[in-house]
Structure formats: structure tokens, C-alpha cells
Design a protein around this ligand. Structure first.
Ligand code: PXP
Length: 236
């Protein structure tokens, strides 16, 4: 059974919609950990549209499980990560206009920049994971750049409407997990997973952790965060 990391960016989104003080992400982290979350995930975006530096700072002091920071490889964000020292950094591509992370990192064209960020983070004892598409070339590149952990992008599987397409993208993920495991990598997965599509992914042997955000926060609005988390854990 994979572990479950919960991304709480959208708790902060709700706060930012009114530029107010609530809901407070750290309270969500507390409830989620109490209900069985294995890690708390946040993305400090360059435009600070939801999570702010102060959230990261407070979460670092309070999170007991594992704090996983999703981040771009910009110098500014890398410096903040090195200062706050989350347990893990997951490097993701970032575009200003996107609603959410649209794809995985393209490692080879950005090799030097990514390698520099990895070196800085590792120097601070931060474990580094690369968010990549389920693609053999990206897995080879991840191995080449020297990380031992990746997160496979499940978005194409999750967004596929027709079952033939969903099957095709599922197979891509399955093959990628097996390929990466053979190369000795720790494999996580996430993006777009919800209460309807998660079970199939959770059954794949060799996935260490699933990272899920939006669907849990959406359900929590209706049934509460504790119940939303427990229902997701039960499916996984
Ligand atoms: N993993 C990564 C690397 C992400 O960027 C995100 C979105 O922030 C997630 C997982 C969670 O995606 P979702 O919110 O669609 O569950």
C-alpha cells in the first residue's frame, strides 16, 4: 500500500481568495496528520498565489510526518528551500499562467540548472525528487542527474475521459514504474488523482507514495478534512 502525501495548497487558495487569515494551512496539516497522512506537501510558487513563505516556515516547525516542498528550480525559491530546509524538495516545472502544474520536468534541456539546484538542496540534507512524465527518456535523465527519487505525473491518466485512453495512459505509468524501479529509483506518483481513479494506481506494485491535493480539499469542503482523508486512505 503506497503512503499518502497530501498537498494543502488549496487550503491557502481559499484564504487568498479573500486575502484573509483563514483557513490556516497549518491547522489543515494538523488534522491531516491526525487522520493518517504520511506527509504534507506544499508548492511555494514564484507568484505566491497560494502558499507563502510564512506558511512554509510555520509548517516546518509544526509538521511531524514529512514536509515535502514542491518547487521550481529558480534561484530565489532554491535559496528559500535551503534556508527553511523541508524534509524533501520535489522539483517541478512552473509556468506563470498555468492553473496547475501541466507536465513533468524536461530534464535534459535544463540539465545544468536542475543539477545546480539539486546540489544546493542536498548540501542542506534535503531529499530531492524530480516530477517527471512517465517516460523512459526522462527516467534515464533523472538517473543520470543523480537523484534517487522521482514522482511520476499521473495527470494524463487522470484527465482521460475515454476508457481506451485511460488504459493507454495507465499502461504508460505501469511501464514507467517498473522501468524506474529496475534502475533503483524510489517512485512516487501524483496529479489529478481523485476518489474515482486512485484505486487502479494504488494497486501498482513499487509506488512508494501518492501525492494528492485538489480532490481531498474539494471533498473536505463537504464532509470535513478528517473524513475526506480517511476515505482516501481506505481507497488506497
Ligand atoms: N504532485 C505534484 C508534483 C504536483 O505539482 C501536484 C499539484 O500541486 C500534485 C502532486 C497534486 O495534484 P492534485 O492537486 O491534482 O491532486
Amino acid at each position: 500500500m503506497p503512503k499518502l502525501g497530501v498537498n494543502i495548497d488549496h487550503v491557502a487558495t481559499l484564504r487568498e481568495i479573500r486575502a484573509s487569515l483563514e483557513p490556516e494551512p497549518v491547522f489543515a496539516a494538523f488534522i491531516l496528520e491526525s487522520a493518517g497522512a504520511d506527509s504534507i506537501v506544499v508548492h511555494l510558487r514564484e507568484d505566491r498565489r497560494h502558499i507563502k513563505e510564512r506558511d512554509l516556515d510555520i509548517l516546518k516547525k509544526v509538521v511531524k510526518s514529512k514536509l515535502n516542498l514542491e518547487m521550481s528550480v529558480s534561484d530565489e525559491i532554491t535559496d528559500i528551500a535551503c534556508k527553511i530546509k523541508p524534509d524533501q524538495a520535489t522539483l517541478v516545472p512552473e509556468k506563470r499562467q498555468e492553473i496547475t502544474t501541466e507536465g513533468g520536468l524536461d530534464i535534459l534541456p535544463n540539465f545544468k540548472k536542475i543539477k545546480t539546484a539539486i546540489a544546493k538542496l542536498k548540501k542542506q540534507d534535503i531529499e530531492v525528487s524530480l516530477f517527471i512524465d512517465p517516460d523512459k527518456n526522462q527516467i534515464d535523465a533523472a538517473k543520470k542527474i543523480g537523484v534517487n527519487m522521482i514522482e511520476l505525473h499521473t495527470g494524463r491518466y487522470a484527465n482521460a475521459k475515454k476508457s481506451t485512453l485511460q488504459n493507454k495512459y495507465f499502461k504508460e505509468i505501469l511501464d514507467a514504474v517498473n522501468y524506474a524501479r529496475k534502475k533503483g529509483l524510489i517512485v512516487n506518483a501524483g496529479h489529478g488523482l481523485d476518489y474515482y481513479n486512485v484505486s487502479r494506481i494504488a494497486k501498482i506494485k513499487g509506488i512508494e507514495e501518492l501525492n494528492i491535493g485538489y480532490s481531498i480539499v474539494c471533498r473536505a469542503v463537504l464532509v470535513g478534512l478528517d473524513r475526506a482523508l480517511r476515505e482516501m486512505k481506505a481507497l488506497i
